[in-house]
Design a protein around this ligand. Sequence first.
Ligand code: TRP
Length: 447
Amino acid sequence: MNTRVLTGITTTGTPHLGNYVGAIRPAVHESTQEGVDAFFFMADYHALIKCDDPARVQRSRLEIAATWLAAGLDPARTTFYQQSDIPEIPELTWLLTCVTAKGLLNRAHAYKAAVDKNTESGEDADAGITAGLYMYPVLMAADILAFNANKVPVGRDQVQHIEMARDIAQRFNHLYDGDFFTLPEAHVEAHVATLPGLDGRKMSKSYDNTIPLFEGGPKRMREAISRIVTDSREPGEPKQAEGTALFTIYQAFASADEGAAFADALKGGMAWGEAKKQLFERLERDVAPMREHYDALMARPDEIADVLRDGAKKARAQATPLLERLREAVGLGQAKPAPVKKAKKKAAKRARFVSFREADGKFHFRFVDADGAELALSRGFDDPKAAGMATRALMGAEAIVQARDKVFVLSVGDDVLAESPAYADPAARDDAMARARQALASLADAD
Ligand code: TRP
């Protein structure tokens, strides 16, 4: 069976060189390998956790999608979609939420960091923390488990989330006694995961030390490169390449030979300015053709939307049957048609015949309504059998209910079987007659 590789990018920003080297490039490469089914998506539900600017979320989604495509992603051989097009994901999130220990979420790094920050500044521990941030690992688990991904390429900061997804999957499998979920494995690209930024720390938007990938064109890229921090060695002085941000970025694009030549040149006294120029040129060799593609895509957002819509269809073809199975497992499935019990309105009382024997030895019955009020009283019968036949006859089609002065009578043919109490006026009598007819009809229906 093929390996399912899945990863998402949160749509809050514009991709930078670090995103490209650390996530996009290796993922696109992997998607071209034999035996790999790749699932890549724009994590726009995740974006809402940290961003309440709709224009930014929308623009970022477009930029990230265009970046994937410009970087060589083939939507025909991958499943490429936007998270919010897959209603099964939030649905699965709830099913998982209900088996996730709250304590597990208390330990999530992102949540804990926010709590620590509050505590340090003397705030209430949960000040400004949304339930969205708290639930983030469950949403992420749903992203992964909805497609039963085997392998999840992520940055180091995301490894804990994949471990939580495994925990949650295991717990669900155990609780509902089935192999519903595959346990995913995190995959950290060891040598590229941490591209340094302009200041040498990890390249990250939160450090404001990034080199933009496409935005701003070659001009912005050159300008950013010029701000890479170096030591103060003059031109002509030998320089140590290893460990510098500049060289590490260069290596992320260059072959081993190119890298060695670059390091040699620095050792031989190449000026930092010249090194930056060479870095720019090396980057441009890879980036310029992609940027052209990117700009063309960004000019046709409808085409991107079409690609994503097709991707969502493909993705849902996987997620829908799984969710159906899960719904069934937890008891939300379509109920099997139970054997239809005859509607015996046990609780609801109904009209009936109450038989009794008089002192004279004759057998009688009283016809009473659902509330027990007497509608009619029978004449005397010589034996219970005759009385029973009379009640059955009254429930039949031949029974007649007719007015007779202050009363009404129940008869079959010419045989008057029962008679109502006397009523003060014809209206009350007619009223009672109507109730008697209904009561008889209800008995006939029930049988
Ligand atoms: N949370 C991830 C990040 O910030 C993005 C992401 C969302 C993701 N869902 C995912 C990554 C599922 C891998 C798998 O980087």
